[in-house]
Design a protein around this ligand. Structure first.
Ligand SMILES: Cc1cc2nc3c(=O)[nH]c(=O)nc-3n(C[C@H](O)[C@H](O)[C@H](O)COP(=O)(O)OP(=O)(O)OC[C@H]3O[C@@H](n4cnc5c(N)ncnc54)[C@H](O)[C@@H]3O)c2cc1C
Length: 494
């Protein structure tokens, strides 16, 4: 089957009737529900774009010859790697980079794990075959995906098997001839309930001991599998128009707790079953983390471009661009943008085929970018807030502008240096929705946490960084050289 259209995406969701709950109700049809229908339209737009720009967004399936999504490609050359990144950025531009779970993120994961599948074979050759088949199935059917990698917080000072109720986290209940039964809870599925399927995988960061084997699982199942429930947080799309809530009314993806009650997973959909050691190595040894990071960095460049654009428009709108500290704050954003671009360039420039023949970006560059952006993103939001000042709160709604008594008052009161009151408030509402509304605050929280806890990512980064080379520079300078072994694969490339 060729890549799907927006209409097909919506029809599948309607037909699936997955068990989705929000605001204390079970949702009959997510495509019509006010909490989901707008973001579903934005997702549909992504799928339609595949056919509007086929040269950029589609490629020919190596197995069926059908046109399939470019974001599923196994890049074998640098040109293909760049083509995949351009497809990512094409999609990201439709949402100003505000949709973290646009399908390309998990398409890259499924591709990497499907190709570099021999890790899964350590337990059973069937699991490797499953990963390969799942990649092909997802690509050929243009499956949209959410994923859950972490366990409920409960008590983080204890291991999962030591919890008061150790059956809360998702765990293996039974192995059967035809598959496994799993029960428990997983977090936190962005877009949970509005995709075709869900991937359940281990954390990219947290490592487990063998006591965690019953919780060490990886599988993929349709969202409407019996026993699966998506319990969504309150929606930040309040049903307001695009003028009032320009981002939340389009791109509010939602986040869901996922409950599994004696869910049957057929063997052909299982990739890891009860093996914490494989779980601990999954993202790194399949290079999935590299390809996902490539998507993230490409997407975040688009997002930063948008943030810079909004910031510059604010400066113009209220005539503040000549002030020294204002320029400096603009410069901060520009430096973030240029630094991210440099990371991306280095990652692609130094890309090399891995042992499975996949053209793999330089992870040293991407790893630095994915560790840094979560730390710097809150500052970007803060700059917008600081420069917007009262303008971030003096934001009447569109209806106020249309009101016969106060319309003219607000138009006059809100005028800017180069812009009338109506347009100025429209701009400031965008800035507010990007950084301060419930939607905007979530963006900051999302960028900080979605890849994992930045603190623990940073700890892993520090531990994995080749430090001896640098220490030796100093010992040599001081004339006290020590014999330091630098491993052959040390990343000291420019
Ligand atoms: C908006 C949003 C969307 C998300 N979407 C998804 C998604 O689609 N799929 C998905 O799987 N996940 C998603 N996540 C979850 C994300 O992966 C986690 O938030 C992240 O991995 C951190 O884990 P945690 O929230 O359980 O934090 P915890 O591990 O509970 O940490 C809480 C705090 O305690 C500290 N802490 C806890 N344990 C330790 C320790 N051992 N050492 C040092 N410090 C510690 C942390 O630094 C942190 O400050 C999303 C999160 C957010 C906020």
């Amino acid at each position: 089957m060729p890549a799907k259209t927006g209409k097909e995406y919506i029809e599948r969701l309607k037909k699936a009737k997955s068990s989705v709950y929000i605001h204390g109700e079970k949702v009959e049809d997510v495509t019509e529900h006010p909490a989901f229908k707008n973001v579903i339209q934005s997702m549909a737009r992504l799928y339609d774009l595949q056919y509007e720009k086929p040269d950029k967004m589609l490629y020919t399936s190596p197995t069926t010859g059908n046109p399939v999504g470019m974001t599923y490609i196994q890049p074998k050359t640098k040109e293909e790697l760049i083509a995949r990144r351009e497809a990512t950025q094409e999609w990201a531009r439709t949402s100003a980079g505000m949709m973290g779970r646009s399908p390309d993120y998990l398409n890259a994961e499924v591709m990497a794990m499907g190709i570099a599948n021999d890790l899964f074979a350590e337990d059973d050759p069937l699991f490797a075959e499953n990963a390969k088949n799942y990649y092909e199935y997802a690509r050929e059917n243009d499956i949209s995906l959410t994923h859950t990698l972490i366990h409920p917080q409960m008590n983080r000072s204890k291991a999962l098997h030591e919890q008061k109720d150790a059956n809360v986290p998702l765990h293996l209940v039974e192995k059967r001839k035809d598959g496994i039964i799993v029960s428990g809870i997983r977090l936190l599925a962005t877009q949970g309930g509005i995709t075709d399927e869900i991937l359940v995988f281990p954390s990219t960061v947290k490592k487990s001991g063998s006591g965690e084997d019953p919780y060490s699982l990886a599988f993929a199942i349709p969202n409407n599998t019996p026993g699966v429930k998506f319990i969504c947080r309150e929606a930040f799309d309040y049903g307001r128009n695009h003028w009032d809530h320009p981002l939340a009314s389009r791109f509010e993806e939602g986040d869901a707790i996922v409950s599994f009650e004696n869910v049957f997973v057929p063997w052909e959909r299982v990739f890891i079953c009860g093996n914490s050691s494989i779980c601990n190595r999954t993202f790194r040894e399949t290079n999935a983390v590299v390809h996902m990071s490539h998507q993230v960095v490409a997407k975040n460049i688009v997002k930063t471009e948008f943030i810079l654009g909004v910031t510059l428009c604010i400066m113009d709108a209220i005539g503040i661009d000549q002030f020294q500290h204002v320029k400096d704050k603009g410069t901060e954003i520009m430096l973030v943008l240029e630094t991210m671009r440099s990371h991306l360039y280095r990652a692609e420039h130094n890309a090399k085929p891995d042992r499975w023949g996949t053209m793999t970006p330089d992870f040293a560059a991407l790893d630095a970018a994915r560790n840094w952006y979560p730390r710097i993103y809150p500052r970007l939001a803060e700059i917008v807030r600081i420069l917007g000042a009262s303008g971030m709160m003096a934001i009447p709604t569109e209806a106020d502008f249309q009101h016969e008594e106060i319309g003219d008052i607000v138009r006059r009161a809100m005028q800017g240096a180069n812009i009338d009151g109506y347009e100025r408030v429209q701009l400031f509402r965008l800035a507010w929705d990007m950084t301060m509304s419930a939607f905007g605050s979530r963006q900051t929280h999302y960028e900080y946490y979605f890849f994992g806890d930045p603190i623990r990512m940073g700890m892993a980064y520090f531990d994995g960084y080749e430090k001896d080379y640098y220490k030796n520079l100093i010992y040599e300078f001081l004339g006290t050289p020590k014999s330091v072994h630098i491993p052959a694969n040390t990343h000291l490339n420019p």
